[in-house]
Structure formats: C-alpha cells, structure tokens
Ligand binder design. Structure first.
Ligand code: NAP
Length: 344
C-alpha cells in the first residue's frame, strides 16, 4: 500500500470515536481526512469539542486543530468511513455515505442484523463480505455498510468460534460490563460506584442474536442465553460462560484449541491483528481487567479458568476490551481486511 487512503470518522468526539482517531492517526494504510460529529460540535476544533479520554496517547492524537464537520457526505465524504455514531443518527446517516459510494465500517447497532450486511469478525467469518454485491444491488448504492458486533458479542463470539467444530449446542453467559461501554460520560458515578446494575437496555437481545448470526458462518447455531450487568470497571467486559459441546474434549485440549486459534487477519498480517486472537491464562485468578486488558493493544480475547460445569459440561471466564476489540479496533481491522482483500 503505497498511498494512504483518506478516511472520515463520524462521531469522532465520542468515547469510541476518540479511539478511532487514536488508531487511525498513526495508521500505515489510512489517513484521517475528516472528523465529523453532531450539530452541537460542528464548526469547533476537535480539541475544543472533545473531552479526550484515550490513555497513553498524545492529546487528540495531534489532530486537536482539525475542524469538526457535519456528518453529511456533501462536506465530509471519503471512500472509507468509520462510524461511531449513536444508533438513531447512524440509521439515517450511514446509508447516505454508502449511497455516495463510501464503504462504511460501523460500530452502531442500526444495520447489524440486516440480512445483507456483513456482521464481521475477520478471524471468524471473512467470507460474509460476499454479501456486499447483494447489498449494493438491493439498495442501489455504490458503497456499502459493514458492521462490527456489539462490544460484548465481539469477545464472546471469538472465544466460541473454535468450539463450533466440537458441536456447540448451548451457551449460557453472565457479563460484567465496564462503564465505558455506555459511552461518555455514561452512567452517573453515584449510580455505579460500589454497585452492580443488572440491566443494560437491549444488550441481552443483541448478544444472543449477533452471536448466532456470526457463528452461522461456522455451521453452528447454539441456543444462547445472556445475562448482562454493568459494573464499576473502567474498560474491559468480563463474562462467565458455560457451554454444552456434543463432542467430549478434555480441558487441556480445549485450552490448546483456543490458544492455537488463528484466522485470515493473522495469515495476512493485518496491521491491527493480534498475533494470538485468544490468549489462554493458566493462573487461577485471571483474566482480570486491570491486569490484562492492555495485551495485544486490546485486540485479543482472554480466556481463563477452563473447568467442568455441572450444568452444561464446560465453563470458563472471558475478558475483552470493549473499546478496542469490541469497537474501534474491530472496525479498523474490518477495514484492513476490506483493503487487503481488494474491496477498497
Ligand atoms: N462504548 C462502547 O464500548 C461501544 C462498543 C461497541 C459499539 N458501540 C457503539 O458505538 C457508537 C458510539 O458509542 P460511544 O460509546 O462512543 O458513544 P458516545 O461517547 O456517546 O459518542 C457518540 C458520538 O455520536 C455523535 N452524535 C450523537 N448524536 C449525533 C447526531 N444526531 N448526528 C451526528 N453525530 C451525533 C456524538 O457527537 P457530539 O459529541 O457532537 O454529541 C459523539 O461523537 C454507538 O452506536 C454504540 O452503541 C459502543
């Protein structure tokens, strides 16, 4: 890739948008051309409108001077668009960019379950990009929309993908989801500190439906039951997972199967691909968000405590970075796959 492809970031001021800015400002294949946000921020400098919350990064990734534009292809078009818009504006704005000819890599839930939209995890279902010509034809657009899954689904689906070959029949999971999963400023500190909130609107339905859509590519259609909780962790969604597998497997074999799992991003050596998509912990008290979330720049899913489950047969703990593997990093990895496979 000799020339860097210009990109637009929609929703650049939000907690996911900032992560996109941080990743893309130093990307070898892509170059930030436009930053866009709501009418509240339009016309202001990025550094003025955005409450920068990305750790270990130069403030505003050096783009604080850049003027925020409207989310309108007439003023902020680029051939590749990253969307970190809330669901409602995404529903209206993303199709406008696709109609104008852009490939839109979306974090929003608006189009994820549409039959003609790839819900992409590049290690699991890269072949779902074959939906793009169908989408273009059905919608009469030159561009198209590609989605990454919900932040909880992203980690869960990656941990489950290698198990599809063992006859994955049932999945029961209880999440402990970080505060940053609710955007910025998110849940009020007084509601969340020293507390567990046992409800996240729409989350359980999204995890159940999206996991099934992604795993269909691996000929698995497990029954999925999700319980989702918000806890006082800053970044990193944990989940306790139980699975029923048709094929018997020892815990050592299961650990090896997960740890050795690789996909197309690793084969193609995509810039944002983790070397090891699933990191298996052997210590009995891991993974923990505070200790483990930074591994592989937040792009691997952690699995630990693989053991027997009296109910479904096998259980384990998972952890993944909701803002990276679950959002910005996932969208960038999707775009890298699009470019490496000739869609861009
Ligand atoms: N947080 C996570 O862990 C996570 C993970 C996966 C997916 N997602 C999804 O990613 C998207 C962004 O989430 P977030 O957590 O970053 O939310 P956020 O912090 O609340 O940011 C929302 C962004 O959308 C912009 N926006 C809001 N209304 C708009 C409108 N009418 N027109 C144009 N722009 C508008 C905001 O701009 P202003 O600053 O100008 O208001 C801001 O840039 C959501 O769809 C969310 O479901 C989030």
């Amino acid at each position: 890739m000799n020339t860097r492809l210009p990109v637009t970031i929609l929703g650049a001021t939000g907690i996911v948008g900032q992560r996109l800015v941080a990743r893309l400002a130093r990307h070898p294949w892509f170059e930030v051309a436009h930053l866009a946000a709501s009418a509240r921020s339009e016309g202001q400098a990025f550094g003025q409108a955005c409450q920068w919350r990305v750790p270990d990064c130069e403030p505003f990734a050096g783009l604080g001077h850049q003027k925020l534009l409207a989310c309108d292809p007439a003023v902020s078009f680029a051939p590749l668009v990253f969307s970190a818009l809330d669901t409602q504006p995404a529903k209206e704005i993303e199709p406008l960019f696709a109609a104008a000819g852009a490939l839109v890599c979306s974090n929003a839930s608006a189009a994820r379950m549409d039959g003609d939209v790839p819900l992409l995890v590049p290690e699991i279902n890269p072949g779902d990009l074959d939906l793009l010509p169908e989408q273009r034809q059905a919608r009469g657009t030159r561009g198209a929309i590609v989605c990454n899954p919900n932040c909880t689904t992203a980690g869960l689906a990656l941990a489950l993908a290698p198990l599809a070959a063992l006859g994955l029949e049932q999945v029961f999971m209880v999440s402990m989801q970080a505060a940053s999963g609710a955007g910025y400023p998110g849940v009020a500190a007084l509601d969340l500190m020293g507390n567990v909130i046992p409800y996240i609107a729409g989350e359980e339905e999204k995890v159940e439906a999206e996991t099934k859509k992604i795993l269909a590519s691996r000929a698995a259609s497990p029954v999925v039951s999700a319980h989702c909780n918000r806890v006082g962790v800053v970044d990193g969604h944990s989940a306790s997972v139980s699975v029923r597998l048709r094929q018997p497997v020892s815990h050592a074999e299961l650990g090896a199967l997960l740890g050795n799992f690789r996909g197309l991003p690793q084969e193609l050596e995509l810039p944002s691909a983790p070397r090891q998509p699933i990191f298996v912990h052997t210590a009995g008290d891991r993974p923990q968000p505070r200790l483990d979330i930074g591994r592989e720049q937040g792009m691997c899913v952690h699995v630990g405590r693989v053991r027997e489950c009296a109910l479904l047969g096998t259980k384990f703990q998972i952890l993944s970075h909701n803002l990276e593997r679950g959002a910005a990093g996932a969208a960038v990895l999707n775009a890298e796959l699009l470019r490496a496979t000739g869609w861009l």
